[in-house]
Design a protein around this ligand. Structure first.
Ligand SMILES: O=P(O)(O)O[C@H]1[C@H](O)[C@@H](O)[C@H](O)[C@H](O)[C@@H]1O
Ligand SMILES: [Mg+2]
Ligand SMILES: [Mg+2]
Length: 267
């Protein structure tokens, strides 16, 4: 269904006919399309698997709890890159991950406008439109293109944390810093080898649950921004082409002060 919405000629018509609302900040948007796509996905999956649980971005925004249990759980971001969607900036994705016992079994990221289907199943590799994916294998941080996100936060603490992290990387220097406006597609660039690392502070599980397994199955490394084991509920992630690059990013990127503010104000 998301494919139909993203690919039909009336993509702009769908957008024009839809209301845009603000969520946690003036840069955190939601449209009726986000909500419709999530409802369609959940109802279609629930018809086949009525016992399964769901964590959906817009269901959580409507008040549902964010609780990852051992039960089979679908983690859904119906439109990752809603600001891009509203502005017709051509990087918009549907992200769907499936976990059992809190372990991701498979992930799908469909970059709608590019018509690129990224997917991976645990132990069975990662693919883009059916072709196998492999990370760049880069180990020298000075030879890296690093992807991150600007985020929707506009308070001084979040902005100073985000900009100082980018400046520290640029001063290393790394060869490039990029941000596409969709965490899921950002992270998939690491799986393709087109980028060598991705880091993000403040994202939610639904933004990156699918792209995380895609990077891992493409031979990449995923960890917390402090170098500890990755936890998709922690709102901090580094995905990289190698442990050397991941640890190099962890030494430069700081999160604590920003996250302290997060833990007080957000789910
Ligand atoms: O709200 P959606 O699902 O569009 O997710 C995006 C976040 O809103 C951004 O803050 C964040 O920076 C990323 O762009 C993330 O993809
Ligand atoms: Mg998202
Ligand atoms: Mg979204």
């Amino acid at each position: 269904n998301a494919h139909i919405i993203c690919r039909t000629r009336d993509f702009c018509f769908v957008l024009n006919s839809k209301e845009v609302r603000l969520k946690s900040s003036p840069a955190d948007l939601v449209t009726e399309t986000d909500q419709q796509v999530e409802k369609m996905l959940i109802s279609a999956i629930r018809r086949k698997y009525p016992q399964h649980r769901f964590i959906g971005e817009e269901s959580v925004a409507a008040g549902e709890a964010v609780e990852l249990t051992d039960s089979p759980t679908w983690i859904i971001d119906p439109i990752d890159g809603t600001v891009n969607f509203v502005h017709r900036f051509p990087f918009v994705a549907v992200s769907i991950a499936f976990t059992v016992n809190k372990q991701t079994e498979f992930g799908i990221v469909y970059s709608c406008v590019e018509d690129k289907l990224f997917h991976a199943q645990r132990g069975r590799g990662a693919y883009l439109n059916g072709k196998p994916l492999c990370v760049s294998g880069q180990t020298d941080i000075h030879r890296c293109v690093v992807v991150t996100e600007i985020g929707a936060e506009r308070d001084d603490l979040a902005l100073s944390t985000m900009t100082s992290n980018i400046c520290r990387l640029l001063r290393l220097p790394v060869q490039g810093v990029r941000a596409l406006g969709t965490a899921a597609v950002d992270m998939c660039q690491v799986a393709t080898g087109g980028a060598d690392a991705y880091y993000h502070i403040g994202m939610h599980c639904w933004d990156i649950a699918a792209s995380t397994i895609i990077v891992l199955e493409a031979g990449g490394v995923v960890m917390d921004t402090d170098g500890s084991e990755f936890d998709m509920m922690s709102r901090k992630v580094i995905a990289a082409s190698s442990s050397a690059v991941a640890n190099g990013i962890a030494q430069v990127v700081q999160a604590d002060s920003f996250l302290g503010d997060f833990s007080r104000n957000r789910a």
